[in-house]
Design a protein around this ligand. Structure first.
Ligand code: SF4
Ligand code: SF4
Length: 121
């Protein structure tokens, strides 16, 4: 999912005009992408004159930080070591499920790639 570096955005509005999904809004002269509306076409990335629209991979450090913050926040609700250990086991299962879901989806795309690319939905 593309994302916009707020520090770089010049507020020109070019990406808003090109977005086919209406997924970009301007807040106080800074563009923001609604992840739920974005259809991942990449057009905003191609037209931004200041390279403020960034790729998914660059978001990895932020995603890791969010996950760590999430784990630490939930640990704050535990009462004692036993509860913390049980929570960590549940969170491990939670992230393993995400990992498994992503891997199965990746495998499905790989196995059906040609058929999916040829299909007009
Ligand atoms: S095109 Fe780039 S600089 Fe212009 S509003 Fe969009 S993200 Fe900001
Ligand atoms: S990737 Fe496409 S749909 Fe998503 S915000 Fe950019 S222009 Fe809009």
């Amino acid at each position: 999912m593309p994302w916009i570096d707020k520090e770089k955005c010049a507020g020109c509005g070019i990406c808003l005009d090109i977005c086919p999904a209406g997924a970009i809004q301007m807040h106080e002269q800074v563009a923001a992408i609604d992840d739920n509306m974005c259809v991942r076409c990449g057009k905003c990335h191609d037209v931004c004159p200041v390279e403020a629209v960034r790729h998914d991979g660059e978001r990895l450090p932020m995603m890791l930080r969010d996950n760590r913050d999430y784990v630490i926040r939930l640990l704050g609700y535990c009462d004692g070591e036993d509860e913390r250990e049980k929570l960590l086991e549940r969170l491990t299962r939670h992230f393993r499920l995400q990992q498994k879901t992503a891997q199965i989806t990746i495998d499905w795309i790989a196995s059906e790639k040609n058929a999916l690319a040829e299909t007009a939905l």
